[in-house]
Unconditional design. Structure first.
Length: 233
């Protein structure tokens, strides 16, 4: 068996002959850190939570009134370890893609608010580090342009999508994202219902480690407004 594969430990890792990372590895760390929060009363933010039980632990901690928040990666709401059947290195990420049950738990957490925010986990990787055997490939996914579309692919609740994508500012600075006259505009404009195919020509990154290339998506970004300038996509 290959010794340094990076995927979820389960049926698929066995079929593919890749060493896996068990869900327990993530869940034990969450359990430990929640105990430290309980002991110190210090706030903690978990990032990239990817397992069903990990989210349950965080939900229980919140119910106790502990100062716990968390985020999930947008791609964990779309892909599962079954998508690695072709050894697509663009799907090699950390934490790894989990099972369908885990994905559904992540989606539910986004909608319920157990997951306070959704992050891109955008990690551009040089082509040389992806055009190789799966076990030698670097982890990371170029996804910043598809964060909204990734969420839009499985839910029509646009208000919740926007809330989760903008929540990090409040979590880390305590400041609300406010849209009103006189405030500095830092906005993303999008067509929430537009269907499109993401092509290489549309890619604004120098990296192409993007599993959404040539895929049909919903929710197209139109551009951004920042520093009194409008930039169209």
């Amino acid at each position: 068996m290959i010794s340094d594969g990076l995927m979820h430990e389960g049926i698929m890792s066995t079929k593919l002959g890749l060493a896996g990372i068990p869900a327990m590895a993530e869940e034990l760390m969450i359990m430990r850190d929640i105990e430290l929060v309980r002991y110190t009363s210090s706030p903690i933010h978990f990032t990239g939570v990817s397992t069903q039980k990990g989210l349950q632990l965080i939900q229980q901690a919140k119910a106790e009134g502990l100062p716990v928040t968390c985020s999930v990666a947008a791609y964990h709401t779309v892909f599962t370890d079954e998508d690695l059947a072709t050894y697509d290195t663009n799907l090699k990420v950390f934490p790894p893609l989990r099972t369908t049950a885990d994905r559904e738990a992540v989606r539910a957490a986004v909608l319920s608010g157990v997951a306070d925010s959704v992050a891109s986990h955008h990690i551009p990787v040089h082509a040389d580090e992806k055009l190789c055997e799966f076990n030698h490939a670097a982890p990371g996914m170029n996804t910043i342009q598809q964060v909204f579309s990734a969420l839009r692919s499985w839910t029509n609740d646009i208000e919740t999508i926007v809330e989760r994508l903008t929540a990090s500012r409040k979590i880390f600075t305590g400041q609300e994202c406010i849209i009103e006259e006189g405030t500095s505009a830092r906005l993303t404009m999008f067509y929430p219902d537009e269907n499109y195919t993401f092509t290489k020509e549309m890619n604004r990154s120098l990296s192409t480690n993007n599993p959404f290339l040539n895929k049909s998506l919903t929710g197209k970004v139109a551009g951004i407004i920042t520093e009194n300038q409008i930039h169209f996509a």
